[in-house]
Design a protein around this ligand. Sequence first.
Ligand code: ZN
Length: 101
Amino acid sequence: MHEPTIVQEVWTYRCATCLHVWDVTYEAWHAGDGHGGDVVHYRRAGQRCVNPWTELSCTNCDGFAVTPLPSPRTVRPAPPPPAEHRPTQPSLSRLARVHAY
Ligand SMILES: [Zn+2]
């Protein structure tokens, strides 16, 4: 059993009743199922929740004619880049000096 990979996804929804459009950010937890497959469960604000495409209701009119727009945006791909690829503090301050003049 390996550690789950956590990816932040932003899902955009549209209500067909009032045309309200809004975004919801989920944490997608990808983990192995023990048989070579991949299982995903979703969390919101640290709490496990239903899949982003089920039990949809409009945050504006409480209607149920809500559809998720295709292709959720991944805002924080995992795993994070290795430490040696991040800008170091000296190079950041050097850049700041260049832009200061
Ligand atoms: Zn609505």
